[in-house]
Design a protein around this ligand. Structure first.
Ligand code: C5P
Length: 294
């Protein structure tokens, strides 16, 4: 096989509970992930050595990029010594809580395994993904899924009903470690596991991020005022999202929020998209038709 192209979709957290702080510095989570249509595009081509070209100059194009780390991890795990020319077209903003780097890394593992003709068990792939970052394993599944542990233990859920999504991208990013640090002990929701995942509508990281960036609360209220079914921050932010019955309703909300007096700071970007269910995800991100095994 000489080349593989795949879409690396963004995610939002439909809901996110922080259950507690762990001894290893991470936090125990119970979250529902959902893939959405905003996507980076990854192309891998056979080559003797490893190289990476990224369309966005503000994103590292060398060993600091998770895509590069994914390629190295795959070679180390399998003993494969060949290379690849990797091209990444970025659409998903960094430090946005949308899992862009994590999605790129997961899709890289799958695309390179195919390009290089490696057969890994799904367990081995999940272990590689989890070592790259807490959000990476979710992107081996996509659609709607529950994440527990530090977010890396994934249980696929039936796809949530299709929704229109408005992504509200502030002109600043939020650092994940900073937001978790700002959470403190008072922001935790200890206790029983979720009983009704579909109805859960919270993000325990919101108050922490809003303490760091007070503008986020104003923005979240502005999104809620458009009549969104749900208006939340994604992950540790800074991206906010509104869920709507369909894409047309999300587009109408975009128009309303574009008004000068809508309460959003200058430089905010508004992206209309929709949820991406697992069959579409498997086809476009993982290169697998629905129902086929890994
Ligand atoms: O796993 P990942 O590298 O994406 O995590 C980045 C940072 O986010 C961690 O070093 C930690 O500070 C914070 N984090 C956390 N609890 C999680 C996930 C991430 O505290 N469940």
């Amino acid at each position: 096989m000489s080349g593989v192209t795949a879409l690396a979709f963004a995610k939002v957290n439909l809901s996110l509970r922080v259950l507690g702080r762990r001894d290893d510095g991470y936090h125990e989570l119970d979250t529902v992930f959902q893939t959405v249509g905003l996507a980076d595009r990854l192309t891998v081509t056979a080559a003797d050595v490893l190289s990476l070209e990224v369309s966005d100059p503000s994103v590292p194009s060398g060993p600091a990029n998770l895509v590069w780390k994914a390629a190295e991890a795959l070679r180390a795990a399998t003993g494969f010594s060949g290379g690849a020319e990797i091209r990444l077209e970025k659409r998903i903003p960094s430090a946005g809580g949308l899992g862009g780097g994590s999605s790129d890394a997961a899709v890289t593992l799958v695309a390179l395994a195919r390009l290089w003709g490696l057969s890994l068990s799904s367990g081995a792939l999940e272990d590689l993904a989890a070592a790259l970052g807490s959000d990476v394993p979710f992107f081996l599944t996509g659609g709607t899924a529950r994440g527990t542990g530090r977010g890396e233990r994934i249980e696929p859920l039936p796809d949530a009903p299709p929704r229109g999504v408005l992504l509200v991208l502030p002109p600043f990013g939020a650092s994940t470690p900073d937001v978790f640090r700002a959470l403190g002990a008072t922001g935790l929701t200890p206790g029983a596991p979720l009983l009704n995942l579909a109805a859960e509508d919270r993000n325990d990281l919101e108050p922490a991020a809003e303490a760091l960036f007070p503008m986020l609360e104003t923005m979240r209220r502005a999104v809620a005022a458009t009549g969104a079914l749900r208006a939340r921050m994604s992950g540790s932010g800074s991206t906010l999202f509104g869920l709507y019955p369909d894409v047309a309703a999300a587009a109408a909300a975009r128009v309303a929020l574009s008004a000068r007096d809508a309460g959003l700071p200058g430089g905010t970007r508004l992206v209309v998209t929709g949820t991406v269910g697992r069959p579409d995800y498997e086809l476009q991100a993982l290169g697998r038709s629905s129902g086929s095994s890994r």
